[in-house]
Design a protein around this ligand. Structure first.
Ligand code: SF4
Ligand code: F3S
Length: 385
């Protein structure tokens, strides 16, 4: 995608208004659309997709379009530390907005370890040039953990440690986005016994604001939504106490889970191939970490709303939680997460005494279904005797 090095394709030299000196003019998103011969309609469609993705209501489309028309494309530097590149793999699957639109038309992606075609010394020199030229203006996106053991030698980039690069790039950044659980809290590299001394990036970014976008990987549209919010509004989105954008991490997986009525009714799959599992019952007893995990999988889902782990029959493993790799085995509940009361009765109890968002009719009907399936199984069992 972003293959250029040297003078940016998003920036041209023009005479300043008073004549005389040449000054750099950076293109806006609308300028890029015009340069590529794209229609006003596709520009507005792109703005509408961005508005939805940023979690804003449709009456904000005009404001987004205005910003996209006038504001110069934000310069983005995207670096990768200790990781598997899964976050970029997720990012390039963003459908609304399309990742290619974001990278080619909506931000000036000047450096990306994975997506840029360029490499080697000229590419590193380009990075230094960008950091100098846009000091205090660029967005720094970071994937991967910072590796600290033995002076960081287990993760190198351009002949330097990744932590050196991270500090250098963070120093001149206007805002920093930590993409993925690795960048936020160390991820799998930091799993016990953490042989490379990996940690989240926050130890190396000073007092700069960091937007934490955890997930292993994060949802593609969450990734594009966050970078475009910073790009268009010049501010970080509203964050929770853990530095996560509230619009994407404000709900527990459990609270948006379509299997929630089964939890509330005390109907749980006990094995991956039992009747409850086939009937789509709650996966809590198979290790589901939905009750303690904040993410948008339940409402946005993945790949244009196609599915998400729980819909595919797999419990949520809490991939947006810090240190989730150390909380195995993944398919079993751990004592520290177990409710104080017996899980078979908690759901029915909650449904009776608290407002859990499940109407009585739904809870009653699943209880009836549970009884019916139990009766059918008993009948089948007696028939076999
Ligand atoms: Fe859904 Fe998991 Fe909660 Fe069950 S425990 S309702 S499967 S999130
Ligand atoms: Fe991760 Fe759980 Fe979503 S495992 S992808 S936060 S359903």
């Amino acid at each position: 995608m972003a293959g250029h090095i040297g003078p940016s394709v998003y920036c041209k030299s023009i005479k300043d208004e008073r004549g005389g000196k040449n000054v750099d003019k950076r293109e806006s998103m609308w300028d890029v659309y015009l340069r590529k011969g794209m229609s006003r309609r596709s520009f507005l469609k792109g703005c509408a997709a961005l508005t939805a993705m940023m979690g804003l209501s449709s009456d904000k489309v005009a404001k987004v379009a205005e910003a996209a028309e006038k504001k110069p494309l934000p310069v983005v530097v995207w670096i990768h530390g200790h990781e598997c590149t899964g976050c970029d793999e997720s990012f390039i699957r963003s459908a609304a907005p399309l990742a290619s639109d974001v990278v080619l038309n909506e931000v000036a992606l000047e450096y990306d370890h994975l997506l840029s075609a360029a490499s080697g010394a000229p590419f590193e020199a380009h990075l230094d040039e960008v950091i100098q030229k846009y000091k205090g203006q660029y967005i720094l996106a970071v994937e991967g953990a910072a590796c600290t053991k033995d002076n960081g030698v287990y993760c190198m980039s351009g002949g330097h440690t990744f932590t050196h690069l991270l500090q250098k790039a963070a120093d001149g950044a206007a805002a920093i986005i930590a993409y993925g659980t690795c960048a936020v809290s160390g991820g799998i590299q930091a799993a016990s016994p953490n042989p490379t001394g990996s940690s989240g990036i926050a130890h190396f970014t000073g007092s700069k604001p960091v937007v934490n976008v955890p997930g292993c990987p994060p949802i593609p549209e969450v990734m594009t939504g966050v970078v475009m919010h910073v790009a268009l509004f010049g501010t970080v989105p509203p964050l929770d106490s853990e530095g996560r954008p509230r619009q994407f991490y404000g709900n527990r997986i459990h609270d948006t889970c379509y299997r929630r009525p089964f939890f509330d009714a005390g109907m749980f799959a006990e094995n991956f191939d039992d009747e409850g599992s086939k009937a789509g019952w709650c996966l809590y007893k198979l290790g589901c970490r939905g009750p303690e995990t904040y993410n948008s999988c339940g409402n946005m889902r993945w790949f244009q709303g196609m599915s998400y782990p729980i819909q595919s029959g797999a419990p949520c493993i809490g991939c947006s939680n810090a240190h989730f790799w150390d909380e195995g085995p993944m398919s079993r509940r751990l004592p520290q997460f177990s409710p104080a009361v017996d899980v078979d009765t908690i759901g029915a109890g909650l449904a009776a005494v608290t407002a859990v968002g499940v109407v009585g009719h739904a809870a009653a009907s699943v209880v009836q279904k549970k009884k019916r399936i139990a009766a059918e199984q008993a009948e089948k069992g007696s028939g076999e005797e």
